[in-house]
Design a binder for this molecule. Structure first.
Ligand SMILES: Cc1cc2nc3c(=O)[nH]c(=O)nc-3n(C[C@H](O)[C@H](O)[C@H](O)COP(=O)(O)O)c2cc1C
Length: 379
């Protein structure tokens, strides 16, 4: 039985379900070209705004690593340490819409079978700002973008009507989505912030506004560690730091929890999963929870900037996974998408041990002190 890697997501045909997310890997024409040549099924451009932005002085992103002997987490490079996370305070693209427009067209002409989604962002405080969203949407789709991803999730915008501040306000989520849908001829995805109490509320608001899909997660709000020797933040400008975003392996279970909430609340809707992905084993969790596509950032940044080895691993992992399940009749992602969504239930629905196995919470498990013999009471 042959493997069919293709998926149809929000009506768009993808040759495979693996996308580079909106971030440095998709910030330029040359990067996107290299990404498509490497095998990615699609890309979401670095977020495009109407006005030029200026980033902080110095590094916009760094990586935290952890060492096996002491579990220390630090941005300092040291031998034998494994990747823990990325940390960034990078703003949206510092290139204008005029810069992006001809490049979107050229990329699409060169790669007609690959999918280019334009990530866009504007303010939302008044009608003029909503018109900015529409201008961005119309230009991007006019140049050939097959879809629009609305950035409701950038964690480091000071303005109350931008980025994750939109994603924290269900009213703004609906209003902006609706404004874009008024002019959109292509599917509209909303990328939500994970920094709210119940992401289902904001997702419902996006769907009310007409969203075709929800994308989650962007990075989680975080600050770098303070170096105990220098007493300075590991990344700072003139000793100062502001809240930034955490990505990479550290956020994988957190992002999966957000996604599980979403796919359980809206089993018939479309979701694109992001967070801590670097090979197929992790992507499988997102698909099994119900995602139709997945996106990658941190792992690709660390693999020649666009992830040629990451996409190779994702594709071969998908092929192997489906081949191993050929006996179950699986041929494509659609055959196993969402089949573990129903395994997440309320705590009260989880089985308790029989009385013969019950140690009143005194059994020895990893991470707990050994029980004191006199305290072990069998019930
Ligand atoms: C340096 C950097 C810049 C990013 N810029 C954007 C952006 O412009 N727009 C956006 O929607 N997400 C942006 N992201 C978030 C990523 O697209 C992604 O959602 C996040 O990093 C989690 O995925 P990961 O665990 O694979 O890194 C950025 C992430 C990083 C590390």
């Amino acid at each position: 039985m042959s493997v069919d890697r293709s998926v149809t997501f929000t009506g768009i045909h993808f040759e495979n379900p693996f996308l580079l997310s909106s971030a440095p890997p998709t910030e330029s024409e040359s990067n996107i070209t290299r990404a498509f040549e490497a095998g990615w099924g699609g890309v979401v451009t670095k977020t495009i705004g109407l006005h030029p932005v200026v980033n902080v002085y110095g590094a916009k992103a760094k990586f935290m690593r952890t060492s096996p002997e002491d579990a220390n987490v630090s941005m300092k490079k040291r031998p034998g340490a494994a990747l823990h996370s990325s940390w960034n305070w990078e703003l949206i693209s510092d290139k204008t819409l005029e810069w992006w427009a001809p490049r979107i067209r050229r990329i699409k002409e060169a790669f007609p079978n690959k999918v280019l989604i334009a990530s866009i962002m504007a303010g939302s405080g008044n009608d003029k700002e909503l018109k900015h969203w529409q201008e961005l949407a119309e230009t991007a789709q006019g140049e050939g973008a097959e879809g629009l991803e609305l950035n409701f999730s950038c964690p480091h915008m000071d303005r109350r009507d931008m980025g994750s501040n939109i994603g924290k306000d269900q009213g703004l989520c609906s209003v902006v989505t609706e404004a874009v849908k008024e002019v959109a001829k292509v599917p509209v995805w909303c990328k939500l912030t994970p920094a709210t109490a119940d992401i289902v509320v904001e997702a419902a608001a996006c769907f009310r506004g007409g969203a075709d899909a929800i994308v989650s997660s962007n990075t989680f709000p975080s600050i770098p560690l303070i170096d105990p020797e220098t007493l300075e933040f590991e990344i700072n400008v003139d000793g100062l730091v502001s809240s930034g975003g955490l990505g990479g392996p550290a956020i994988l279970p957190l992002a999966l929890a957000k996604m599980a909430q979403l796919t359980k609340a809206f089993p018939d809707r479309s979701f694109s999963g992001i967070g801590g992905l670097s090979d197929f084993n992790q992507a499988a969790s997102y698909f099994l929870l119900g995602c139709g596509t997945v996106q990658v950032c941190t792992a690709a940044m660390l693999d020649q900037a666009v992830g040629p080895n990451v996409i190779k691993r994702l594709l071969s992992g998908l092929d192997k996974f489906i081949e191993e399940h050929a006996k179950d009749g699986w041929k494509s992602v659609e055959d196993f998408r969402g089949i573990r969504r129903d395994r997440i239930v309320l705590q009260s629905e989880i089985r308790r041990p029989d009385s013969s196995e019950y140690f009143s919470g005194y059994e020895t498990v990893e991470g707990y002190a050994a029980p004191q013999p006199e305290a072990v009471v069998r019930v």
